[in-house]
Write a protein that binds this ligand. Structure first.
Ligand code: ADP
Length: 382
């Protein structure tokens, strides 16, 4: 009996020991599965972060104006953004497929000497100018950055032409003034009767010079915009400005009439709008022969203010019409000069109109006359 009890106790101890071992094993398994779960969660979060970073990088690259292309040390294209594809006109898979060839040369150069190589080249049809820089990035890869500089080059060339033209325009009266002053000095001694003639010439050229300078200053101010801070009654302004020309028109044998309907106001600069009216009326009188007529009018049409200056003058050849708003462009240089033109009047007109959110159109028939029509947004009807 005692023996049996002892065996039962031993068996119970063994069973208990086994149960404890089982319990421990299952606890270990639970813990290790928890650790695994946490690791998986961490890994998932890290992958999500990386995905987010990749997407942010793609957004930055695809919204960049600059083209970006990364070339691996063995000549594969590891990355190319949309702008690079746009600028190059292709999506090359390898360095040897990259055109224009000049780009391959600067990339190879940068990879060889570890220095940045740059290049400006013309490509495509219609032609565009690209500025490219090949930048070594350390592991033997080269980053190519490509910018479209067509517009910047165009602006720069316009600026250069303008400076050259302006200098030329200023040089002519300046040289005449110098010559007249010298002649005046010698005439005062040798031929006093000729003095008034040379003094007149001196005065004429000085006036011309100051007109050019004043137009250049107006133009440069207008390039910075107009102060649109007043409500301007265009009909009153037109009457006031056009009236100033009555005497000049009469002296040239030209009938100047002014017609205005009661129209609304425009938001703008009275100073600049006066400049616009003066230039158009002055041109109409200068390019109309004696016996002709100039009619200036203002009215409204489809919610816009319409200002028109119509003459029965010499007209403008149709081939010149697209260029007359350019600075210093003249159909007949001699006539412009004789009548005191600077070649800047219509350029001033165009800037004022654009600054006021309007449009300007011209109709002309050679030998019959010209009409300039300016349309401006109306502020308020009266
Ligand atoms: P300009 O000082 O020479 O008149 P503008 O810029 O005012 O310069 O005008 C440019 C050119 O357009 C003029 O030289 C002239 O050839 C032409 N033009 C302008 N207005 C008229 C017009 N009403 N009739 C004929 N030609 C005109």
């Amino acid at each position: 009996m005692e023996k049996l009890l002892a065996v039962a106790v031993v068996l119970a101890i063994l069973a208990l020991g086994f149960a404890v071992t089982q319990l421990r094993a299952s606890e270990r398994a639970r813990r290790s599965s928890e650790t695994l779960g946490r690791r998986v969660e961490n890994l998932t979060n890290r992958l999500a972060d990386l995905d987010e970073e990749r997407r942010a990088m793609e957004t930055v690259l695809s919204s960049m104006e600059e083209g970006v292309l990364l070339v691996s040390p063995v000549g594969g294209i590891r990355l190319i953004n949309a702008a690079a594809e746009r600028h190059l006109g292709t999506r090359p898979a390898t360095l040897s497929g990259l055109t224009p060839l000049g780009l391959q040369a600067i990339i190879r150069g940068a990879a060889a000497d570890g220095q940045t190589h740059s290049l400006e080249l013309e490509t495509g049809a219609p032609s565009r100018w690209l500025r490219a820089s090949a930048i070594p990035v350390g592991d033997g890869s080269v980053l190519l950055v490509v910018r479209d500089v067509t517009e910047a080059r165009r602006t720069e060339s316009i600026r250069r032409d303008f400076v050259a033209n302006a200098s030329h325009e200023l040089k002519t009266p300046a040289a005449s003034i110098r010559a007249a002053a010298e002649t005046l000095r010698t005439s005062a001694r040798d031929d006093p009767a000729a003095v008034p003639r040379f003094a007149e010439q001196l005065e004429r050229e000085a006036i011309r010079l100051s007109r050019i300078v004043s137009d250049l200053l107006d133009l440069s101010r207008l390039e910075g915009g107009s102060d649109l801070d007043e409500e301007v009654a265009l009909d009153a302004l037109l009457r006031e400005e056009a009236e100033r020309f009555q005497r000049a028109a009469a002296e040239s044998g030209i009938r100047l009439s002014i017609r205005s309907e009661a129209v609304g106001r425009v938001r703008g600069s009275p100073r600049d709008l006066s400049l616009l009216i003066r230039n158009l009326v002055d041109n109409a009188i200068r390019y109309t022969r004696p016996g002709g007529a100039v009619e200036v009018s203002v009215g409204s049409e489809n919610g816009l203010m319409v200002l028109s200056v119509e003459d029965t003058g010499i007209g403008i050849p149709s081939r010149d019409l697209p260029r007359i708003f350019e600075r210093f462009y003249r159909v007949d240089r001699a006539r412009s000069r004789e009548t005191g033109g600077t070649g800047l009047g219509l350029s001033i007109v165009k800037h004022v109109v654009e600054n006021h959110g309007g449009t300007v159109h011209v109709r002309s028939e050679l030998g019959r006359g010209t009409t300039f029509v300016v349309r401006l947004p109306v502020l308020r009807s009266e």
